[in-house]
Write a protein that binds this ligand. Structure first.
Ligand code: KIV
Ligand code: ZN
Length: 513
């Protein structure tokens, strides 16, 4: 059996299914380039048949990213599969990932199909897909809660039809490590042609065991592919976290005996990028990528680490990319240095005009903040005022007055499709007043589900504030993110960014609906 563990990243597909985590094409491309720098083996770029927007994203990533295999999800039907194949045409290496539910509950209540119908559909779909692409992954959705005998029949049939990877999802995060590991092993032992495929694990984190279950699938079950997401992003409690899997296998190579291709020094930059793009903040005590993951507060620990690092540290912060958090540019940096840094960070601006706008914003920021970090540049380039021509809503200016004992008042000038509007309002605080000022014109009626402020780079009040606002309207949930040294301005940017997402996102078919 191979000693290589394939890392299959599904941040852009399963991760994006988290309510509010939807990303634009530019954002997805940026993350895909970072995943390529991270050297993940497979990038699941989206679900091409779910919407024209998703199709475009998969296509753009397939045309751009050349070092990783690019994969599209497809339900087990000819239309979805043909659409996936079409979107993947430009890829160096393409994979179609087709799935159908196999648990009794899903077949009966959701699909309203008999087991024999599901078996036939799985078989036909893989046959159809195999004629379009040499690399076919098949997933029995809710596989872990499926009847073992039936699952064996389905999986044996799809191997006969030419599936090359079999992925066993614990769709609802119900598994326990030992049981899941044994489940995979039993499948491999009982299916006669099981050695013809690579076995893969796909675990959700509802009971907080996605990483443990995946590792058990590898160690006990013999799986050689793990499906995971950056920061464990994903629906409900999320997916298995890429950084934890990679570092567990690396750090405990003595136990797992497996190699991974991933360039771990790109982990923290990838984590930052995903968190800044989606507005899903990483908890400080999150393994590997949390702000406190390598911080030692207790005197005894600090003393130990200073004497010998491995007294309290099992990984080196710099090995997972923490050293990337350094001052990169300042007030005196020129346009070329800025442009080079954009390239190093994998940020591609469409035109020289866009670079000029971003550079002007950078200069403005550098006037107010002496040290500019990579995170500041990323935030600046995600800022919709830099790419304002594409967006419906954009911030022009904001002024607000607040004083102890007085009710705060704000005035906001913003654009709607290029036309300027001015709104004014009182509020409980300056943020509330500013958002109400915007609402005097927009009247979105959206419900705010979340408002959070974080410092982009820790350690100083000079840092930019990064605000995430989650809005819900008509069953849709979106996150807007805004950054600025002034958190009231950051809040207005985040609000307008959320409004842009509410207005732009096309309806899509849900992968597991
Ligand atoms: O969790 C799941 O079952 C999935 C499949 C579509 C692979 O994401
Ligand atoms: Zn999933």
């Amino acid at each position: 059996m191979s000693d290589q563990l394939i890392i299959f990243d599904t941040t852009l597909r399963d991760g994006e299914q988290s309510p509010g985590a939807s990303m634009t094409k530019d954002e997805k491309l940026r993350i895909a380039r970072q995943l390529e720098r991270l050297k993940v083996d497979v990038i699941e770029a989206g679900f091409a048949a779910s919407s024209n927007g998703d199709f475009d994203c998969v296509q753009a990533i397939a045309n751009t990213v050349k070092d990783s295999t690019i994969c599209s999800l497809a339900r087990a039907n000819d239309r979805d599969i043909a659409r996936a194949a079409e979107a993947l045409k430009g890829a160096n290496r393409a994979r179609i990932h087709t799935f159908i539910a196999t648990s009794q509950l899903h077949m009966e209540k959701k699909l309203r199909m008999t087991p024999d119908q599901v078996l036939e559909q799985a078989r036909q779909s893989v046959r159809f897909a195999r004629n379009l692409c040499g690399d076919i992954e098949f997933s029995p959705e809710d596989g872990y809660r499926s009847d073992m005998d039936f699952l064996c029949r389905v999986l044996e049939a799809v191997i006969q039809e030419g599936a090359t990877t079999l992925n066993i999802p614990d769709t609802v995060g119900y598994a326990i490590p030992e049981l899941y590991g044994n489940f995979i092993r039993t499948l491999r032992e009982r299916i006669p042609n099981s050695d013809k495929v690579i076995w893969s694990v796909h675990c959700h984190n509802d009971l907080g065991m996605a990483v443990a279950n995946s590792l058990a699938g590898v160690k006990l079950g013999g799986a050689r592919q793990v499906e995971c997401t950056i920061n464990g992003l994903g629906e409900r409690a999320g997916n298995c976290s890429l950084e934890e899997i990679v570092m567990a296998v690396r750090t405990r190579r003595d136990y797992f005996g497996l190699d991974v291709n991933v360039d771990a020094t790109q982990i923290v930059p990838a984590s930052r990028m995903v968190s800044q793009t989606t507005g899903f903040v990483v908890q400080p005590n999150k393994a590997v990528v949390g702000a406190n993951a390598f911080a030692h507060a207790s005197g005894i620990h600090q003393d130990g680490v200073l004497k010998a690092r491995d007294t309290y540290e099992i990984m080196r912060a710099e090995d997972v990319g923490w050293s990337a958090n350094k001052i990169v540019l300042g007030k005196l940096s020129g346009r070329n240095a800025f442009k080079q840094r954009l390239q190093d960070l994998g940020i591609q601006m469409e035109s020289e005009g866009e670079i000029n706008t971003a550079f002007a914003s950078f200069k403005e920021l550098a006037d107010r903040k002496s040290e500019i970090f990579d995170e500041d540049i990323l935030a600046l380039c995600s800022d919709e005022s830099v790419t304002a021509e594409k967006e419906q809503f954009g911030l022009v200016s904001l002024s607000q007055h607040s004083e102890t004992g007085e009710r705060p008042h704000a005035q906001v000038v913003f654009t709607i499709n290029g036309k300027e509007f001015q709104g004014a309002s009182d509020g409980n605080g300056p943020v509330d007043a500013s958002l109400k000022a915007i609402e005097t014109h927009v009247k979105s009626g959206a419900e705010m589900l979340l408002y959070s402020v974080n410092a982009i780079t820790s350690g100083s009040t000079e840092s930019q504030g990064e605000v995430t606002i989650r809005l819900q309207q008509g069953g849709r949930v979106v996150n807007g993110v805004g950054a600025d040294p002034d958190i009231v301005v950051a809040s207005a940017k985040a609000y307008l960014s959320a409004l842009n997402k509410l207005h732009s996102r096309a309806e899509r078919v849900a992968a597991q609906g």
